[in-house]
Write a protein that binds this ligand. Structure first.
Ligand SMILES: Cc1cc2nc3c(=O)[nH]c(=O)nc-3n(C[C@H](O)[C@H](O)[C@H](O)COP(=O)(O)OP(=O)(O)OC[C@H]3O[C@@H](n4cnc5c(N)ncnc54)[C@H](O)[C@@H]3O)c2cc1C
Ligand code: FES
Ligand code: FES
Length: 461
């Protein structure tokens, strides 16, 4: 459904992006194209799915430049044209942006409006920090952000009855559509019929290439709605996280056990990216700087793999066989991740170093799980991203720490072991020398944070 109207798009190629469909085929040109790769938010639209247990619809802000039309069966999309009342009366967010002077050239403005309308409806515009979070995926090059943030705060508690009516209309009509997603058995049928086909899930990674080359070079099988991959189960000693669960849904579930990981995920892309990006896709793309991967290795997560012929489990540390390669065989999919919950006394920290705080992938990422007993390191697991061709567990650093007194000297010795064990690359994100030095410095930082000695100073590094 598009702005309240049921759409039959069977005559369109399924790999056309939603952005091209809106602008070129529907002439809904309020949605803008800036970067066409998920970075600027000019193309932000709201996406709603039928609620699982009949409740209220939630509208997720997503990047139309990455979403493929074939992934939208049975969803409701609202663009900036579908937010104001039919008589032209603006949404409170739109009115406030005018009143605060929140727009100059106006190119980014529809994206800001849509992102703010979604966050307003979800009650997320609670304070300045929350508004910054909601807008981390929207770039403006001329107005400056202060008037935009002022507009958001001014209407945070104002009712938006027109949007409530919109949601009620979408909810009723979505309920009348018959578009149940297929299950794993259908996925394996599709993969058997199209042996060259690639799986696609949130499309925040693969979608960039498809958006740039204006189509996919092989058939795609969409996993994002497959019910078996949407499980998110909480057990006493582990979480079972379906490969297709968006990160934004995962964050509140793991936050109490792993606050450091929740902060990392909160810095993963932007709300638009996190509403779609999945662990299955982060593992599947096997980037040496994929943010979740050092965490999964340090926490000794298991990757559940499924194929038509059965299931197997692989420890996260053994999942990556080379630069952007995994041990997945033809016909195999990632089904879920088994993430152990912390044992008593266990400490976990993950540090992401990137050029910008938000909306940027790591240059270097270090993850540490340690247990201290009477000041001694009795258990330790260390993993790094950005320091080799794959995310890696660093046994040499673990050996330098295990059984030692947890002191600054021990942390520095472990940093030396890291230097000897890994030879990072130079690329556009950072030089090998920067990566070495930044990677080393995470060990004294870990000591300062966990030994309670206060903030790190330059002399400590
Ligand atoms: C603007 C922007 C910001 C980003 N920021 C970050 C960041 O901060 N940190 C970070 O790590 N990444 C970042 N990314 C990259 C991307 O968002 C992540 O890699 C994300 O986890 C991919 O998940 P997805 O479901 O969208 O994957 P998709 O794009 O759908 O798929 C990615 C790959 O995984 C494969 N795949 C997907 N699901 C499965 C499965 N179940 N089984 C087997 N293979 C599968 C696909 O075939 C494909 O090769 C960013 C991307 C963009 C565009
Ligand atoms: S056009 Fe920039 S995020 Fe889509
Ligand atoms: S108003 Fe011009 S880019 Fe934001």
């Amino acid at each position: 459904m598009l702005n309240g109207e049921t759409v039959d798009a069977r005559d369109m190629p399924p790999t056309v992006t939603l952005l091209d469909y809106l602008r070129l085929h529907r002439r809904l040109t309020g949605t803008k194209e800036g970067c066409a790769e998920g970075d600027c938010g000019a193309c932000t639209v709201l996406l709603a799915r039928p609620p699982a247990n009949g409740g209220d619809l939630s509208y997720d802000a997503v990047n139309a430049c990455l979403l493929l039309l074939g992934q939208l069966d049975g969803t409701a999309i609202r663009t900036v044209e579908g937010i104001a009342a039919p008589d032209g009366a603006p949404h409170p967010v739109q009115r406030a942006l005018v009143e605060t002077g929140g727009s100059q050239c106006g190119y980014c403005t529809p994206g800001f409006v849509v992102a703010l309308v979604g966050a307003h409806r979800a009650g997320r515009l609670t304070d300045t920090a929350a508004v910054h979070d909601a807008l981390a995926g929207n770039l403006c090059r001329c107005t400056g952000y202060r008037p935009i943030v002022d507009a958001a705060l001014a209407v945070a508690n104002e009712a938006a009855p027109r949007m409530d009516a919109v949601a009620e209309l979408d909810r009723t009509r979505l309920g009348q559509l018959d578009s149940r997603p297929g299950g794993l058995a259908d996925v394996f049928d599709a993969l058997a019929a199209e042996p060259d086909a690639r799986p696609i899930c949130g499309a925040t990674d693969l979608g960039v290439a498809i958006s740039k080359q204006k189509g996919a070079d092989v058939p795609l099988v969409a996993l994002d709605r497959v019910p078996e991959l949407q499980r998110l189960d909480i057990h006493d000693d582990h979480y079972l996280i379906g490969a297709a669960v968006p990160l934004e849904r995962l964050i509140p579930v793991i936050a109490a056990d792993y606050p450091s990981l929740a902060v990392l995920f909160r810095r993963f892309g932007s709300p638009q990216i996190r509403n779609r990006a999945t662990l299955g896709g982060n593992i599947g793309t096997a980037s040496p700087i994929g943010d979740s991967l050092p965490a999964l290795i340090a926490l000794d997560a298991g990757i559940g793999i499924v194929s038509r012929h059965g299931r197997r489990a692989v420890p996260a540390a053994d999942m990556f066989s080379g630069y952007r390669r995994t041990v997945l065989q033809a016909g195999e999919l990632i089904e879920h991740v088994i993430l152990p919950r912390p044992r008593p006394g266990e400490i976990f920290r993950i540090y992401k170093l990137s050029k910008r705080y938000d909306q940027d992938i790591s240059t270097v990422c270090g993850a540490f799980r340690l247990t201290l007993t009477d000041g001694m390191v009795t258990d330790i697991r260390v993993a790094y991203g950005g320091m080799a061709a794959t995310p890696v567990r660093v046994a040499a650093v673990e050996d330098a720490l295990r059984g030692k007194a947890w002191t600054l000297e021990t942390a520095r010795a472990a940093a030396g072991a890291l230097d000897r064990a890994l030879s990072p690359m130079t690329d556009m994100r950072g030089s090998a020398a920067y990566r070495r030095s930044a990677g080393r410095n995470l060990l004294p930082r870990l000591w300062h944070e966990t030994a309670g000695a206060g903030p790190v100073t330059v002399q400590d590094l």
